[in-house]
Design a protein around this ligand. Structure first.
Ligand code: AVJ
Length: 332
């Protein structure tokens, strides 16, 4: 495994405060509809809570996607071919990534993640599991075009983006990301990259709401942890007991929304600034868009990807889609 040059992507101030986190929180809480970007869920505690979510009875996406990856290896191999550099957008999952790498005989594995520590840890574990596979982790923000290590430039590429993480983005941002992926994978440099992407499907609202508001309260704790993180890292005084977790299906936008709702009127401080919320007012913390086959195909095409094949789990709750970079505009 090749260590990446140590470019710090997290910009800390003199007090060790993450500037981007503070800016996002202060800006987000001054808006009419208060909001905190979902990426800030994933500190140490939040990442552990997410792991616990994936094991919940109600939370089907991880199990459904893993079932597909386990069952379809030979079809992936036939359509993807061997020798591709697999570029994973995000640090690999210890379960899903090996399932893909085992079946397609890749030429290299390149995980991209903004958070270096977790990236290096999971890349090292992966390298140990696949001796002989060149592994080149890159610490980078994959929302923009990423320069890939020179060792993989000559290989054909497969992007891998499991987990329906694309669903956390509003369509405009999702399209920007799909286009950035195209650029990162070198779609305009002769090679025709492919993309294997997980996209969760629209289903009965009660099933979706239960998946995001489990009986044990793990998702509630995951949501509330972002407030705890603000108190820990940004000198916040938010009374956590004044907030409840809410997960609601927004049918117009085909997404589950998570909010934190004030149970009473509250005032608090963050980084020396004062905030007030009325009883019932919410902080919007996450969107999780769900797709139909057509809306998934439409989104991929809008981002410059042509769907090639789609696989579903046995209960038809989740889809994994293989696409190829669109080479030219389809007529007319
Ligand atoms: C990791 C973004 C795919 O949206 O289902 C799980 C995060 N939030 N429960 C999702 C999440 C609440 C998850 N993703």
């Amino acid at each position: 495994m090749k260590a990446n040059r140590g470019i710090a992507l997290v910009d800390l101030d003199e007090d060790g405060v993450d500037r981007a986190f503070r800016a996002d929180v202060l800006t987000g809480l001054r808006q009419q509809q208060k909001a905190i970007p979902a990426r800030w869920f994933y500190d140490e505690a939040g990442s552990q809570l997410f792991e616990a979510i994936t094991e919940l009875e109600e939370y089907y996406p991880t199990r459904a996607e893993t079932e597909i990856l386990r069952a379809r290896g030979s079809e992936f191999a036939a359509l993807i071919g061997s020798g591709r550099a697999v570029i994973e957008f995000g640090s690999g999952s210890s379960v899903k990534t090996p399932l893909l790498l085992e079946c397609i005989a890749p030429g290299a594995y390149v995980p991209l993640d903004i958070s270096g520590d977790f990236l290096r840890e999971s890349a090292a574990a992966l390298a140990a599991k696949f001796p002989g596979l060149p592994v080149h982790p890159v610490e980078a923000d994959f929302m923009r075009r990423v320069a890939l290590p020179q060792e993989v430039t000559a290989l054909p590429k497969l992007g891998f983006f499991p987990g329906s993480t694309i669903g956390n983005m509003v369509p405009r941002t999702a399209v920007d990301l799909l286009r950035s992926m195209r650029a990162t994978l070198g779609a305009d440099e002769g090679d025709c990259p492919m993309l294997l992407i997980g996209m969760d499907l629209v289903k009965e609202p009660a099933v979706l709401e239960a998946a995001y508001d489990d009986a044990q309260g793990v998702t509630a704790e995951f949501n509330l942890n972002v407030l705890a993180r603000i108190n820990r890292e940004l000198g916040g005084t938010i009374p956590l007991d004044a907030f409840e977790h809410v997960a609601i299906w927004n049918d117009d936008f085909a997404r589950i929304e998570m909010h934190l709702r004030a149970l009473r009127a509250v005032t608090f401080e963050i980084s020396g600034r004062s905030f007030a919320m009325q009883e019932g007012e919410t902080i919007h913390t996450e969107n999780s868009h769900k797709f139909t086959h057509r809306s998934a195909n439409m989104l991929l095409q809008a981002g410059g990807w042509t769907p090639v094949q789609r696989w579903l789990d046995s209960e038809e709750r989740f889809s994994v889609i293989l696409a190829r970079a669109t080479e030219h505009r389809d007529a007319p």
